[in-house]
Design a protein around this ligand. Structure first.
Ligand code: BMA
Length: 834
């Protein structure tokens, strides 16, 4: 029997206009005002050049969207017809046939209305009126005698002086600007809008819990929410992908919302594992309700696994470690921000590429950071399929927030809505209250500033903080997703103070914001480092996309500066880190290249140091995997999806086994970090090579490393190792071979002090599907081999690597170019020759 619930997306015939102006123009839904203005040729692309500045008027205007639609008899004849908006950004009044049906005030919530009585067979007019978020929120700012901190809100760029109003709106924080993002305060129907029509019964939610999971057996409990038109008996059943029965039950439904529970066991379940530890096995549950002639089916794909956050007190402080299916897992990953300022244009393929790029460099976790959005369903589906665990922040970042009365209630609904939406995804590992709000309070002077103004203000604001992050959000998680831990803030090291290195998670910004040298990464340790980073510019081919004019090719040009939201300070930091470790690059293009290497080397240093501390430390998430527009930032992949040096280098640093040499107190020590769940034995080889690739000294040793630990396996005084060679004329090659081969290259001096020789890098090319395979070699040790082609429409499987003479490196290049053009265009840059 056919499913009796029908869905139609309202995608077509949309128009929009500025309320104060007359012309209706064609619009795309889902979409934003900015993208519609662009499509109509009214504004230029704000991502190019200085265009962002000229579009700041848009958020001060009200906008209307409208469409007219008719419905088929099959819908019109249904007893229930609802309109459902998956997302309205943000202050939106929705009218159907001139009746107000929804008044929305939270971008993160889903909104719906019963429209059965208002619906006509044809010529329905749907109108959505968007109030300017600036006009709505500036009066709230004006009315307060004190102000909520909003460190990253670029109010001045929006012509609002110091009125940082972002904290009033339940709207993505980064829309108001960030230290990597433009100020583009959007409005629009940003997620899909649909009509849903049905008779008699509809399943509105299925919550699948796993109260007991072991290798032998998983107990599954499903709480099924069914909406019924009338009292009566119904059959509820869950089957697998092939229609085999898991459980069924005859139930008596009552008119309205019903909750039905089904319980069953799965023997020898195929557990869901994160990337690197096993397969992310998924199960399909088809849940069906049948009442008389009407039925509804709800399909869910989920994984069977149990995840715990271990936070025991210990001799150092308090640990912070995720346990998956009974084993401790060292988290390797990055922080994630939204992929675009204009969210509706993030396509499925952008999501696929982003998650695949995480998988391809051996990550197992991403942290969805609190200044963006609760991501699209598809994002989490991909993480489920590919074994990427998600640390999910609630959407609060780097600010203090009003949170009382109706606003607090609004936030409660937002939290319920999103926890319910995401709780069946096996990828969800943690719910976290906010990003850095608690550190801001205790460590960045926010508390003191308010107290100095008036102690009552500080008391009020802190009460709001506690109500929200210590009470409301943990209550919602406890009630709607109790299997997953709640963590009040990132970073968090306990109540009553800011974060500390010995407890909980930590954001380490002494390198970068506090200007400590990169080598400091080796002198610090954390229980879980959930943020650290180093900025770089996008590569030259990406820069040309947003700064096409040669006279802008200077990092201090107006265009480059407007695509550097850390300001002058950030450019100076990049330069000073660069010059402390590398020789001064000769021109703009080389500066971009060397800057990327610098970021890559810094991230390699940090990751390796965190992993060597495995056992004390249980995770490393670098800031950040992506950009929301083309910009200089901490991202390891630029807005166009191109991998920066750091992303390439990370792949080796995040492998299941890491060989990590480090010079400490005059000794060269080598660690092997084993992330496998089994022990390993193999051969360790340490070679000292000169710049011609000749072996000057060598040690080999059989080593055994137990499962899931970091072990110091080798130590030798550097003097003895070098055997009269000079520290600036050698490279150390550390290798470990068990069933696979692992390698790492280590220098005893920063690149500017190493005496690299001029090197000729040569290649052979073989045509393969979609491009070429290159076999690359060098006659001298070649540092940071960077391959590039014109434009951004190509991909190199490896890049920015070092080459040892005698070794042959295989690189696959995805490109449409024919052989001649490819040879003409291919540019090989190395640090030696810069
Ligand atoms: C972190 C983040 C962001 C910021 C980044 C770089 O602490 O949470 O707020 O973009 O630092 O400054």
């Amino acid at each position: 029997m056919a499913n009796n619930v029908q869905r139609v997306e309202l995608r077509s015939d949309w128009q929009f206009k500025q309320v104060r102006q007359g012309n209706w123009l064609p619009a795309i839904v889902p979409g934003t005002v900015h993208t519609d203005l662009m499509a109509n040729g009214i504004i230029p692309d704000p991502f190019i050049g200085l265009n962002e500045r000229g579009v700041q008027w848009i958020d001060k205007e009200d906008w209307i969207y409208r469409t007219a639609f008719g419905v088929d008899e099959s819908i019109f004849s249904k007893h229930n017809v609802w309109i459902e908006f998956d997302g309205l950004d943000t202050y939106a009044d929705v009218y159907l046939n001139d009746s107000l049906i929804i008044k929305a005030d939270n971008m993160f919530r889903r909104w719906k209305a019963d429209i059965r009585q208002l619906l006509k067979r044809s010529d329905n007019e749907l109108k959505v009126y968007f109030h300017s978020p600036v006009k709505v929120d500036v009066p709230k700012w004006d009315a307060l005698p004190y102000h909520y901190e909003a460190a990253n809100d670029q109010s001045e760029n929006g012509g609002l002086f110091d009125k940082k109003i972002s904290i009033f709106a339940r709207k993505a924080g980064y829309h108001y600007g960030w230290d990597w993002g433009p100020r583009l305060v959007t409005s629009g129907i940003w997620r899909k809008v649909s009509l849903v029509a049905w008779n008699d019964v509809r399943i509105t939610d299925v919550y699948t819990e796993q109260p007991l999971v072991s290798k032998a057996k998983a107990k599954i409990r499903q709480t099924i929410e069914i909406f019924a038109d009338a009292d009566g008996m119904a059959m509820v059943q869950t089957t697998d992908h092939a229609g085999n029965n898991y459980a069924d039950k005859k139930v008596k439904l009552e008119k309205g919302v019903n909750t039905v529970t089904l319980e069953f066991c799965i023997n020898k379940p195929k557990l869901w594992w994160c990337n690197g530890l096993g397969k992310p096995n998924l199960y399909t549950f088809n849940v069906k309700v049948q009442k008389d002639d009407s039925s509804d089916t709800y399909t869910q794909r989920t994984g069977i696994r149990f995840i715990k956050l271990l936070t025991q007190k210990d001799e150092w402080g308090q640990e912070f470690c995720f346990e998956l299916n009974g084993v401790r897992v060292f988290m390797k990953g990055a922080d994630y921000i939204p992929c675009d300022n204009f969210l509706p244009r993030v396509t499925k393929s952008v999501y696929e590429k982003t998650i695949q790029d995480a998988v391809d460099v051996n990550m197992n976790m991403l942290r969805v950071w609190g200044g963006g959005i609760y991501e699209d369903d598809y994002f989490y589906e991909l993480c489920d399929e590919k074994g990427i665990l998600i640390w999910q922040d609630f959407m609060f970042a780097c600010s203090l927030y009003p949170a009382s009365g109706a606003l607090l209630e609004n936030i409660r609904q937002e939290a319920i809505d999103n926890v319910r939406r995401l709780r069946n995804h096996p990828c969800i590992a943690l719910w976290c209250g906010n990003n850095e709000c608690q550190d801001g309070w205790y460590n960045w002077g926010w508390k003191k500033r308010l107290e100095d103004q008036k102690p009552e203000y500080a008391e009020k604001v802190w009460k709001e903080y506690e109500d929200l992050f210590y009470h409301l959000l943990p209550e919602v998680v406890g009630k709607y997703h109790s299997a997953i831990a709640y963590w009040p803030s990132s970073p968090f090291g306990g109540y009553g103070h800011g974060s500390i290195e010995t407890s909980g998670d930590y954001h380490y910004w002494a390198v970068w914001h506090a200007k400590k040298p990169i080598s400091e990464y080796n002198n610090t340790r954390f229980r879980f480092c959930s943020e650290y980073g180093m900025q770089s510019f996008p590569e030259f081919e990406s820069v040309k996309q947003f700064a096409p004019q040669p006279n802008d090719w200077d990092i201090y040009s107006d265009v480059m500066m407007s695509h550097q939201r850390g300001g002058m300070h950030a450019n100076q930091l990049i330069e000073s880190y660069l010059l402390s470790e590398y020789k001064r690059p000769k021109d703009f293009e080389s500066l971009l290249y060397v800057g990327q290497l610098m970021q890559g080397d810094a991230m390699k240093t940090a990751i390796e140091s965190h992993r060597r501390e495995k056992g004390y430390c249980w995770g490393t998430l670098l800031w950040q995997i992506n950009d929301c527009w083309p910009v200089a930032s901490w991202a390891t992949r630029d807005y166009y999806g191109r991998w920066k040096a750091a992303h390439y280098l990370m792949r080796n640093s995040y492998r299941d086994i890491l060989v990590s040499p480090i010079e400490k107190d005059g000794n060269l020590q080598v660690y092997i970090v084993n992330d496998r769940l089994t022990s390993t034995s193999g051969q360790l080889s340490i070679k000292v090579l000169d710049m011609d690739g000749a072996v000057r000294n060598q040690h080999t040793k059989q080593v055994r490393v137990p499962a899931n630990v970091s072990k110091n396996v080798f130590s030798v005084p550097v003097k003895q190792l070098l055997n009269h060679e000079q520290t600036d004329q050698v490279v150390i090659l550390a290798e470990f071979t068990d069933r696979e081969h692992y390698g790492n290259i280590y220098y005893l001096k920063p690149p500017k002090d190493v005496k690299f020789k001029k090197s000729a890098v040569v290649y052979q090319m073989i045509k393969v599907v979609d491009g070429y395979r290159l076999v690359i070699s060098a006659d001298k040790v070649a540092r940071g081999v960077f391959l590039s082609l014109d434009g951004t429409d190509n991909f190199f499987s490896d890049n920015y690597f070092d080459l040892i003479p005698g070794a042959k490196k295989q690189v696959y290049v995805k490109t449409d170019l024919n052989e001649d053009d490819f040879r003409k265009q291919l540019k090989i840059t190395i640090l030696n020759n810069i």
